[in-house]
Design a protein around this ligand. Structure first.
Ligand code: G3P
Length: 227
């Protein structure tokens, strides 16, 4: 499963990109607004840090303006994936951008038939929001399973399922078991994925025993030791 980070915070993006585990970035108008940055400059900076797909969302709701905005965003860098909402105008825009060779991420998906429509419109990614479904008492992960099952019935559909609105590592675990192509996560969730209390406890014990041995692996190259 590919890991995307769901943020517009360039400091966080740089930090996570340095792990070598980041396959892409998703932003949305709410996340961009929080930064106070000029949108096109921010997208250009993110695209230079992360070579994978960087989702940048249009703000218009009518097809003509969405298409113009989408083309402007796509002109920023070759790895921009234009994000459009799952509306009739959004899917019309998706088809036009996709036919022109631009990656498109169709967002705000809450049903499997919506996901089928997006795939038929040539979406590169479909973004079902699992956390927001859970919030209203629905089963977000059931939707992921349903979309994957439907897409598997039609091998000609190339759309990747990008699990969005992920809130915790259990969502990542469940999405990976189902075979989702991508998960986009807030930075805090990506950091949580590294953690397990037994890892910390085990490492403490190993280090304590090693200290008792009095040895250092870099004894011949002390200048390479960081601490
Ligand atoms: O960027 C789309 C999605 O991941 C938003 O998540 O937490 O606002 O529901 P959230």
């Amino acid at each position: 499963m590919k890991f995307f980070v769901d943020t517009a915070d360039i400091v966080e993006i740089r930090d996570l990109a340095a792990t070598g585990l980041l396959d892409g970035v998703t932003t949305n108008p709410s996340l961009v607004a929080k930064t106070g940055r000029r949108f096109v400059d921010l997208v250009a900076e993110i695209c230079a840090v992360v070579p994978g797909p960087v989702s940048a969302e249009v703000a218009a709701t009518d097809h003509a303006t969405m298409l113009a905005e989408g083309r402007r965003l796509a002109s920023i860098a070759g790895n921009v994936a234009v994000k459009v909402p799952l509306t009739p105008d959004g899917l019309k825009t998706c088809r036009a951008l996709s036919d022109a060779g631009t990656m498109v991420n169709v967002t705000l998906c809450f049903s499997a038939v919506q996901a089928l429509m997006a795939a038929k419109a040539g979406a590169t990614f479909i973004s079902p929001f699992v956390g927001r479904l859970d919030d209203i008492g629905h089963d977000g992960m059931q939707l992921i399973g349903d979309i994957l099952e439907i897409y598997a019935n039609y091998p000609a559909l190339q759309t990747e399922v990008l699990v969005a609105s992920i809130r915790h590592p259990c969502h990542v675990h469940a999405a990976a078991k189902l075979g989702a192509h991508v998960g986009t996560m807030p930075p805090a969730v990506i950091r949580q994925l590294f953690k397990h209390p037994l890892t910390d406890k085990g490492l403490d014990a190993f280090l304590a025993d090693w200290a008792k041995s009095g040895q250092t692996i870099l004894e011949d190259q002390p200048e390479l030791r960081s601490a």
